[in-house]
Design a protein around this ligand. Structure first.
Ligand code: ZN
Length: 502
């Protein structure tokens, strides 16, 4: 007779399979699907999404969960099973508040909106996308209201990505960051030290860019036997289980850094997902514990490692060998400064480290207003442009490189963007601890060796999957809560040195 814990695991395994099947369809939608496939795909995602939700919120799961909770009471509270029950109790209580028809309808509406965004962005046609976006936001507000009462409607949206985080906390952290980031960017601009990055915008063969990205992903430790890389309009990482964690990237012939850093970034996500311990596979504990912790991994591999002087002292000769005519007159120091050039720009995913969080604060402000319904979708482009001017001093020439630049809103990810900035902060908190624990880290990175860094992350972060909530995980690893100070120290030290600020 199987225990209730075993029966619960079996039911959760079926929910996992349905969600993984949806993820395969979503991956295909962004990588392979012809445009005409959108309506069928929306129906498929709607059906599977509803089935997964119905299975999860069933009375059967509820009964097994109640009984399993009794069995888990005698276990070590940090054991997989005790943590599984705790996590499932939280998710189950939340999911029971949302009707299955709503989940199916939201999957359909957002799949259609994503298709509309895919057409609208290249055509610079916000008007054709706006009705879809309005529908997605309206449903997202309805979703949040299933969890009323709340301090702020946005809290319920955040909670999907960052369990327990509140809008007020995000606002407080951003208020701490904003003045020093703005001051740093201003000091760099006033210093007026020119950085030449023209050589990054020459013609770079796409196949060689691809090969170089794959070489880095492999060196970082990405397991291609349990993953693959493809091209998509917006780079992403997706997981269908421990044995299949995929990444995508995109290429521009005249922007060498785009594919390199997006590949590093997605590899960072994938390393986290590939690093769960095997006993968590096919359970809700597989993969990352929150989006911000996830983003701390991607941003660490992209920036703390990938934009460091140490990394390029090893890899630049290799890049030069691939692109001799473009790079043979450039030395590694000039390359290092070029890839760390600080310049307010329109596109978030291409933003430098000093301005990146300002792009997030802009989106956070707009999302808060959208959640409160104090901003109408029709006025979103002009509000976007006004904030862009206020935070970065720029006015987008069109919506394509303005309000239409991200796929996330079309997929219903309202409450998601703050996790990007929080990921930067957490990466810096972890990095200070890692440097203390691994004194030879920079020499190893310079030799192209990343094994001890990955092993550290596996031990302290990856293997646990979703066993510990983000606040608890951070407490365990760095001995404190979320803090903006390490990231500000990192930024001011790195760019103070590059730009010769006092
Ligand atoms: Zn990311």
């Amino acid at each position: 007779m199987p225990s209730h814990l075993e029966r619960l695991r079996h039911l959760l395994g079926e929910v996992f399979d349905l969600r993984a099947a949806s993820a395969v369809l979503e991956w295909d939608q962004q990588v392979n699907m012809p445009p005409g496939g959108a309506p069928n795909r929306a129906a498929q995602l709607s059906t599977i999404g509803r089935l997964a939700h119905e299975t999860f919120i069933s009375d059967e799961v509820g009964a097994e969960l109640d009984a399993a909770q009794g069995e888990a009471a005698s276990l070590d509270p940090d054991s997989d099973d005790a943590r599984l029950v705790r996590k499932v109790r939280r998710d189950y209580t939340k999911a029971r508040k949302v009707p299955a028809e709503f989940v199916g309808e939201f999957a359909r509406v957002s799949a259609l909106a994503q298709g509309a965004w895919t057409r609208a962005r290249p055509a610079d046609d916000f008007a054709s996308f706006a009705p879809h976006l309005e529908q997605v936001f309206e449903m997202r507000r309805q979703y949040a209201d299933f969890f009323a009462p709340y301090d702020h409607r946005y809290d319920a949206m955040l909670d999907d990505f960052e369990p327990g985080l509140k809008a007020a906390q995000v606002k407080a952290v951003f208020d701490e960051l904003r003045p020093r980031q703005v001051a740093l960017v201003r000091a760099i601009q006033e210093r007026g030290r020119p950085v030449d990055d023209a050589f990054l915008h020459l013609d770079y063969d796409l196949q060689k860019q691809w090969d170089f990205g794959v070489e880095i992903a492999r060196a970082y430790g990405y397991d291609f036997n349990r993953g693959r890389q493809d091209k998509s309009a917006h780079p992403f990482t997706t997981s269908f289980g421990l044995g299949d964690v995929r990444i995508t990237t995109r290429f521009y012939p005249k922007l060498l850094t785009s594919s390199i850093f997006s590949t590093m970034h997605e590899t960072g996500h994938a390393l986290y997902d590939q690093g769960s311990k095997p006993s968590l596979d096919r359970t809700p504990l597989l993969g990352g514990t929150s989006l911000a912790i996830h983003e701390s991994q991607s941003r660490m591999w992209e920036n703390f490692v990938g934009r460091s002087r140490a990394f390029w002292s090893g890899f630049f000769p290799r890049l030069q060998a691939l692109f001799p005519s473009q790079l043979n007159k450039v030395d590694v120091e000039a390359f290092y400064r070029a890839i760390n050039k600080v310049q307010p720009s329109l596109i978030r995913v291409e933003a430098d480290e000093a301005t990146y969080n300002l792009h997030i604060m802009l989106r956070f402000d707009l999302e808060l207003a959208l959640a409160e319904k104090s901003l109408d979708v029709r006025h979103l482009p002009e509000q976007w442009n006004a904030k862009m001017k206020e935070y970065l001093g720029l006015t987008p020439p069109d919506d394509k490189d303005g309000v239409l630049q991200d796929v996330h809103w079309s997929t219903g990810y309202m409450g998601y963007f703050p996790t990007y900035a929080l990921g930067n902060l957490i990466a810096a908190q972890l990095w200070e601890r890692i440097q203390a624990d691994l004194p030879a880290l920079h020499q190893e990175i310079a030799r192209g060796q990343f094994g001890s860094l990955l092993a550290w992350l596996r031990e302290h972060i990856h293997q646990h999957g979703g066993k510990f909530e983000p606040v608890e995980l951070l407490q365990r690893v760095v001995g404190g809560g979320l803090s903006a100070q390490p990231y500000l120290r990192y930024l001011e030290s790195k760019f103070g040195e590059i730009y010769g600020l006092s």
